[in-house]
Structure formats: structure tokens, C-alpha cells
Design a protein around this ligand. Structure first.
Ligand code: ZN
Ligand code: ZN
Length: 665
């Protein structure tokens, strides 16, 4: 067909074969044209010098001009193009330039298709570039994806051969982007020539779908691998949480690029392996790779999980210096980090400094206030949010209701629970019911909580029952508590926490036979208790302690400090609450002294290693036990230190012998 004989080159032509002076005089400024004023001047001189230019030179100059104007001055580019169209002077290059510009614009990729139709109406035949641009355009949005097969059909009508690697790679990518992996594979299999980019596109299609096995087979079989091939594999494994495989591939990469470092950090952080995420981040700095905003958003949650405030602060300074902190996602991650690392005021400072706040920003701040038990501020924030016209979503109300829960505001909770549906048409989800059960339980309104659960349109899950269980505990209703626990064990037979609670509850009422039954059940099902683990950051290094830990290099000093603490606490009347030990399920742990619970080890280390007056911040994976809670209150008074502990549910600010949670957690 005629079109296949057309020259393949696209875009600004090589002008060296046209040594005509006006042509050179005009192309040179075009190459550096940045302002609309300059472009208009060049446009005027093309028209002025028309007589001195060959017909094809004139056309080439217009391709240059349109291409230079696109991006910032698209409407002027369109004007120039329409003038050419009226003069019947358009070429395939001009059309392709227009189609490409619209195809790659985020605002209106659809327009490239109407341009294509107009081009055909004007009797201009498409070439391979036209199709590549259109196929790429169709891969941009779900709506555009529906046009992909039609363009594929057009390539067949115009006789594009299977040997055209660019068009077929674009087709493959388009099908994979739309999740149609079978069509993508059939394009791949029928291609006569494949480049590394073709293989990469197919592998990316599989990893996007989570089918790493098929991806691996191709990766293994491909003749040449480039950076992108490795990158796709590492990102693919990291995304599905197979961080060990991703890490192995990552180690083997000949050249590591920024997206791969980012994917690896995000993979570890999402897989709850924050220490590994931070390690990769450190290696990245050693390798001299400059972090970007995606790195920030990936690494900050790792700091958050570990409670590594110092590192988080360092990242904040880094982001400020490198102008990354104006980015909305970075700000939200910083706020979340500060809030969950115990520094709610700094979170507020970031929030106040933001130019534009999305609903995520408001949500982060409201739930931040909630976990710190600062319900009044959470409520004030919500009022401010409403007055600024930001529409809350279901997550906003989870934050708001849990704030009410932590502070015991029953009436406000009911008001927000109703407002959610009545004003914002948000159907309460299971999380909202969970919060309400929590609020009611805390206020000892067990009857109301049960009524709410009975009238729920959703089947209660473990979150609801967990909240109800806490309520039973605080109301000392063991009979109901037992029933709830039996249900919880049925719902989540592999969660060790419920077995421990159930066994403790039986032990409380002296039903030892039942205690043994639960213990046997646990053994039978091969369930192991999650060991308590606390971490503390000292000089930007995170130290982790598990219960009874003796692996730390400074173990001797830590245990000596514990001894000293216990002596000083005894002087102020501290008596260890042995009930915790007595009812503990695990024999080994029962034998251990209460004084070696992980949070006590971390606090002892904090007292040893940080200077007087500095707050001690500890993050714990489980709930703080009653004995540790009492001990920490006393330590805060005796040692005149603020101790901030984040446990699985909330923050405890111990200061002058009092805890911010008011004994409810
Ligand atoms: Zn404890
Ligand atoms: Zn507390």
C-alpha cells in the first residue's frame, strides 16, 4: 500500500539538506523558541518570507512551529494548523504533530481521535506514527481504552504488518493496561520482531495483574534485559508483598534506578517491614541516589511504623531543602508520621503550612487528634473543615467517632453518627459501628451497645465483637464477654490474641478446666502467641526489644537500670500487678518477671541513653498491660520524664504520674 512507502521520520525535519538562507534563519530561533511572543514573530516571518521558501520548506517550518507551540500555547498551535487546513496545505506530518500533542496531553487525549477522523475526511492517509500515537492515547484512561480495539482494527485495514515492532508493542501495552492480558499475549506471540521494550511491556502486564509466575518465565526467557526489565520485576514482586524475592532481584540488578529504589522501600513498608525499608533507604543514600517525592511518601510510613521520629524529622528537613514539602502527598505522609510518632503539634504545624488541603489532609489530622485523645480539637477541625466547604468522607467520620470514643463523648458520637447519613448520605460501615460500640462500651452503656449491634444491617465482624469485648471487660460482664470471645475465636481461628483473652477470662472466674481446653485448642491449631515487642529510637537508630530480651549489646546496663527503677518505684509504693502473670497463657512468659515486658526494657534503655528532660517515645505492637501502665505512670513522676507510648490502639502520654488515656485503653 501507498502509505508504507511514506518516510518514517516524524517531527522537526533535518534542515541541513536545505541550505536556503531564510529557512536556516527561521529554523534556528524555532529550536529555542520559548515565549508566545517569539513564536508569533517567527510565524510572521514565515508568512513574510513565503516567496523565498520552497513549498516543502514552508510546510516543514509549519510542522516545527506547531510542534514548538504545543504544550504551553496549544490554542495558538491549533490556530496555525486551522489556517493551513483552510489553505489546503496540511501534510501527514502536521496531522501527526497535532495528534501526538493531544494524545500525550492529560487534558484532552480524546481529541486526538477526532483529529484522526478529520484527517481521513481530508483524504490524508495515516502512517505508522499516526497509529502509534493513537494507540498510546487509548491506553491513557479507562474510557479511552474502549477505543483501543477500533484502532487495532484500523491498523489491520491499513495493512500494518506484524513486523512493525513499535505499533505492536503499543498495542500490547494498550491491552495490558486495560487488563486484557490474553489479547496482549496474543499480540506478543504473533509479533515477528520483538525489542526489549516489547518483552518489558508484556512482563509489566503480568506483574500488574499479580501473575509474577508468568512474568518470571518471560524474564527468564528474554534475550536481553535492560534496567526497565529488572525494574518491572522488582516492582511486581514488591507490590504483591513478595519482598524476599523482590529483594533478591534487587540485589542482582546491574544498575538500580530511582523507581526501583522507591518500589523496594514502598514494598517493605507496605509489608510491615519498616526496618528493612529504612535499610534500603540508607543504602540508597550511600549509592548517591537523590530521593524524590515518591521516595518520601514510601519511606515516611516506615518511620511511622517504627516510631522513628528523629529520622522522620530529618526527612522533613530534607523535603524542605529540596522543595518536596510543597507536595500534597508528602505533607500528608509527614503529618501522619508526626501524629503517629507522638508529635501531634508538629503534625498540626505541617497542616497549617499547607497551601491546599485535600480531604486526606483533614482526615489525617482528625484521626491524629483522635489517637492522642484530643477529641475537642478533632471536633473543632471537623467544624473548620465543614466551614471551608471540604466534603467529608467515610474515613473522616471514623476519625471523628474514634475521637469521641477515646474521650467518652457519647452525645457527640450519636450526633455525628446521624449527621453522616442525614447530611452527607454516607452509609455507616462496619468501622463506624465499631466506633459506636466503643463509645457506648466506654460509657458502660452495654445495653445500648448490644441494641446497636442487633439492629445493624451488616453481620458483626471481629472489629465489632472486639469493641464489645472491651466493653464487657470494663463493665465486668464476664458472662457476655465469654460468649463474645467464643464467637471471635470462631471468626478468626488463627488470631492468638483472642485465645489469650478467652483463657484469661476463664482464669478470672477460676474455671481452670476451660483454661486448659483453650490452651490445648491453641496447641492443636499450631497457634503461637505474638511476642510483645517495643521499639525506641535513640540517635536516629531504632532499638527493638521483645519481652525478656537479652540480645541487646547493652543488656547488662539495661537490666541494672531495671533493677534501680524497681527499687525506686517500691519506695513510692509500687506493687507489681501479678494478676497479669497469673492469667497469662504462655508458661514461659508466666515464669518471667513482669519487669521484663518489652515496653519496660525500652523505657529503661531510654532513661539510660537520653538526656534529662527529653521525652521518651516507645512504640509497642500489642496493648500495654495493666502492670506496665501503672509502672510507667510512676516512672514519669519519679524520673520527671514524659513517656509517650504508642500501643496497638492509641497513645498514652505519661506525665507527672498521670496518663492521658484516663485509664481507658
Ligand atoms: Zn506489661
Ligand atoms: Zn494510658
Amino acid at each position: 500500500m501507498a502509505l508504507l512507502a511514506l518516510p518514517l521520520h516524524q517531527g522537526p525535519p533535518n534542515h541541513s539538506s536545505h541550505p536556503h538562507p531564510p529557512f536556516l534563519l527561521l529554523t534556528t530561533p524555532l529550536q529555542s523558541c520559548t515565549s508566545i511572543k517569539q513564536a508569533k514573530q517567527i510565524h510572521a516571518s514565515i508568512l513574510r518570507n513565503s516567496g523565498l521558501l520552497h513549498h516543502h520548506q514552508r510546510q516543514e517550518l509549519f510542522v516545527w512551529l506547531i510542534s514548538a507551540l504545543h504544550g504551553n500555547h496549544s490554542s495558538y498551535a491549533a490556530l496555525v494548523f486551522e489556517q493551513q487546513l483552510q489553505e489546503d496545505a496540511t501534510t501527514i506530518f502536521m496531522w501527526n504533530t497535532m495528534i501526538r500533542s493531544h494524545a500525550s496531553s492529560s487534558s484532552d487525549p480524546m481529541h486526538s481521535f477526532s483529529l484522526y477522523n478529520r484527517m481521513r475526511e481530508n483524504g490524508i492517509l495515516p502512517n505508522n506514527y499516526t497509529f502509534t500515537f493513537l494507540i498510546n492515547a487509548s491506553a491513557t484512561t479507562p474510557m479511552m481504552l474502549r477505543l483501543g480495539p477500533a484502532i487495532h482494527a484500523q491498523t489491520i485495514v491499513f495493512g500494518i504488518p506484524n513486523s512493525d515492532v513499535h505499533i505492536h508493542t503499543a498495542l500490547l501495552h494498550m491491552y495490558a493496561a486495560g487488563g486484557n492480558i490474553e489479547n496482549a499475549r496474543s499480540v506478543f506471540d504473533r509479533m515477528l520482531h520483538k525489542t526489549t521494550a516489547t518483552w518489558n511491556a508484556m512482563i509489566a502486564g503480568y506483574t500488574k495483574r499479580g501473575d509474577v509466575e508468568s512474568a518470571w518465565n518471560l524474564f527468564d526467557a528474554m534475550p536481553d534485559r535492560d534496567e526497565q526489565s529488572w525494574n518491572v520485576m522488582v516492582c511486581g514482586y514488591a507490590r504483591i508483598g513478595e519482598c524476599d524475592v523482590a529483594g533478591m532481584l534487587f540485589e542482582g540488578m546491574p544498575v538500580k534506578t530511582l523507581p526501583t529504589w522507591n518500589a523496594m522501600i514502598a514494598g517493605y513498608a507496605q509489608d510491615s517491614r519498616p526496618a528493612d525499608a529504612l535499610e534500603v533507604f540508607r543504602q540508597m543514600q550511600f549509592a548517591g541516589v537523590t530521593p524524590d517525592k515518591i521516595t518520601m511518601v514510601a519511606v515516611l510510613p516506615a518511620c511511622t511504623q517504627l516510631g522513628a521520629l528523629e529520622l522522620g524529622e530529618w526527612l522533613h528537613v530534607y523535603a524542605d531543602k529540596n522543595r518536596l514539602s510543597s507536595n500534597n502527598a508528602v505533607c500528608n505522609a509527614l503529618m501522619d508520621m508526626y501524629a503517629k510518632c507522638g508529635s501531634i503539634d508538629k503534625a498540626m504545624a505541617v497542616f497549617k503550612g499547607m497551601k491546599e488541603r485535600t480531604v486526606v489532609s483533614w482526615n489525617t489530622m482528625i484521626s491524629g487528634m483522635a489517637i492522642h485523645g484530643r477529641a475537642k480539637e478533632a471536633i473543632e477541625l471537623f467544624a473548620e473543615m465543614e466551614s471551608e466547604g471540604v466534603v467529608p468522607d467515610d474515613i473522616t467520620f471514623v476519625g471523628l467517632l474514634s475521637a469521641c470514643g477515646h474521650a467518652g463523648f457519647v452525645d457527640s458520637a450519636w450526633a455525628y453518627f446521624r449527621r453522616m447519613l442525614e447530611v452527607y448520605q454516607i452509609q455507616p460501615k462496619i468501622e463506624h459501628y465499631g466506633c459506636m460500640v466503643d463509645v457506648l462500651g466506654r460509657a458502660q452503656l452495654l445495653g445500648e451497645a448490644l441494641e446497636l449491634i442487633d439492629n445493624m444491617p451488616i453481620e458483626p465482624n471481629s472489629v465489632i465483637l472486639g469493641s464489645l469485648l472491651s466493653a464487657c471487660r470494663s463493665c465486668n460482664d464476664f458472662q457476655l464477654g465469654e460468649m463474645v470471645l467464643e464467637k471471635l475465636v470462631d471468626l478468626e481461628p488463627l488470631n492468638p490474641g483472642y485465645y489469650v483473652l478467652l483463657s484469661n477470662m476463664y482464669a478470672c472466674s477460676g474455671r481452670w478446666r476451660e483454661v486448659i481446653r483453650v490452651r490445648n485448642l491453641m496447641k492443636l491449631r499450631g497457634i503461637e502467641k505474638t511476642p510483645g515487642c517495643s521499639s525506641i529510637e535513640v540517635d536516629s537508630t531504632v532499638h527493638e526489644f521483645i519481652v525478656g530480651d537479652k540480645t541487646h549489646p547493652q543488656t547488662q546496663e539495661i537490666y541494672a537500670k531495671l533493677e534501680e527503677i524497681s527499687e525506686r518505684l517500691h519506695l513510692v509504693g509500687y506493687m507489681p500487678d501479678t494478676s497479669v502473670v497469673l492469667f497469662d497463657l504462655d508458661e514461659e512468659e508466666k515464669a518471667q518477671n513482669l519487669s521484663v515486658h518489652s515496653e519496660k526494657l525500652a523505657v529503661a534503655f531510654g532513661l539510660l541513653k537520653t538526656s534529662a528532660g527529653k521525652p521518651i517515645r516507645v512504640v509497642k505492637n500489642l496493648r500495654v498491660c495493666c502492670d506496665c501502665h501503672t509502672a510507667l505512670k510512676l516512672i514519669s513522676n519519679v524520673y520527671e520524664r514524659d513517656i509517650i507510648v504508642r500501643d496497638r490502639n492509641r497513645f498514652h502520654h505519661f506525665k507527672d504520674g498521670i496518663c492521658s488515656c484516663n485509664e481507658y485503653w
